[in-house]
Design a protein around this ligand. Structure first.
Ligand code: NAD
Ligand code: UDP
Length: 333
């Protein structure tokens, strides 16, 4: 052995491995892209219940990427060393989790346990994708992490909200009982390319309707508010949180708040369409306001969103133009 061999061995940093559950979904597939760009090896698991293979198709030739079709609500194993477990698998759109409430409960409960167990076996660090829904219909505005929420335990959203609250409790129990390194990100409304056109969330719904010449479906009077974060900002925050030493929950979202009526006007302007809007019934338990307080993310992670709403929406509209065009072509084929 030459001395160069020895020095090289010392210098070479072993490649880190990340497991991403739900890896073929909207947010998780962007996280996978970021982790690969950071030089990690990534193993993604998904059962395609709400995700799609097209979200990871561009990674087929990447030697550091591995995909496995698997339901993580069932026990699962990953071969070899694992440094990070990102648990993102869960239906996330209100129409999805009302359609598949049992799968949603299992994603927050069983799937969280199996992902935590993997992290314990591998001595890996674990991150839970939680949600602003743990605050329910908030009485504290903007929402700060210390707020404990106003959540219905029995309403139509409870299968998601309570599953995520349980998942946070499970994460903290593994931290306290096993000494596992855990991180919890509370994600606020996020948008960007790879959302499903038909996932029912307001961003794809309004953009799709505007591009197809249909009136925008405003639920209720449109006075309820949301704050929209571009997916690239979100995944940058998630990666920073995973690398930080912060074991407390951290809000990641964009504090720019607008009413749904204002959002509809912004989409009409950005798409250059005048299809108008129609008032539809407001779903039960729809939160009236939502805006993250991101002081903790700023202080602990040095993170804040950088993508302006107008720029992010323009990019997302371009993405959906492609999707709508492809759908039209397949209908006329
Ligand atoms: P998504 O539906 O696009 O992605 C979720 C992925 O998880 C899908 O690919 C789905 O097939 C997969 N999945 C679900 N259950 C599974 C199971 N049992 N086994 C394997 N795979 C499974 O949704 P998204 O918007 O990308 O959300 C991703 C995560 O971020 C979710 O945990 C969600 O709760 C959280 N989150 C998202 C938002 C947002 O605005 N997008 C807001 C708050 C929280
Ligand atoms: N919304 C709407 N029209 C739609 C879809 C949603 O007015 O076609 C409203 C919905 O009632 C909610 C807001 O837009 O007040 C955001 O809904 P979304 O499903 O995107 O996310 P969430 O309710 O989980 O924040």
């Amino acid at each position: 052995m030459s001395r160069w061999d020895r020095e090289d061995r010392i210098k070479v940093q072993p490649m880190k491995t990340a497991v991403v559950t739900g890896g073929a979904g909207f947010v998780p597939s962007h996280l996978v892209d970021l982790l690969l760009a950071e030089g990690l090896r990534v193993v993604a698991l998904d059962n395609f219940v709400t995700g799609h293979a097209r979200n990871i198709a561009h990674l087929a030739e990447n030697e550091r990427f591995e995909f496995r079709e698997a339901d993580v609500a069932e026990p699962f194993e990953v071969e070899g060393e694992v440094d990070y477990v990102f648990h993102l698998a869960s239906p996330a759109s209100p129409i999805d989790y009302v359609r598949i409430p049992i799968e949603t409960l299992k994603a927050g409960s069983y799937a969280t346990h199996h992902s935590l167990e993997l992290a314990v076996r591998k001595k890996a660090r674990f991150l839970l994708a939680s949600t602003s829904e743990v605050y329910g219909d908030p009485e504290v505005h903007p929402q700060v992490e210390s707020y404990q929420g106003n959540v219905s335990t029995t309403g139509p959203r409870s299968c998601y909200d309570e599953a995520k609250r349980y998942a946070e409790a499970a994460t903290m129990a593994y931290h306290r009982h096993h000494g596992l390194g855990t991180r919890i990100v509370r994600i606020f409304n996020t948008y960007g390319p790879r959302m499903r056109l038909d996932d029912g969330r307001v961003v794809p719904a309004f953009i799709g309707q505007a591009l197809q010449g249909k009136p925008l479906t405003i639920f209720g009077d449109g006075s309820q508010t949301r704050s929209f974060c571009h997916v690239s900002d979100l995944v940058a925050g998630i990666w920073r949180l995973m690398q930080s030493d912060c074991g407390e929950p951290v809000n990641i979202g964009n504090p720019r708040e607008m009413s749904i009526k204002e959002f509809a006007e912004a989409i009409a302007l950005a798409t250059g369409t005048q299809t108008g809007w129609k008032e539809c019934p407001l779903p039960e338990d729809d939160p009236k306001v939502r805006r993250p307080d991101i002081s903790r993310a700023r202080e602990v992670l040095g993170w804040e969103p950088v993508v302006a709403f107008e720029d992010g929406i323009r990019e997302t509209i371009e993405y959906f133009k492609g999707v709508v065009g492809a759908e039209k072509a397949s209908v006329t084929d």
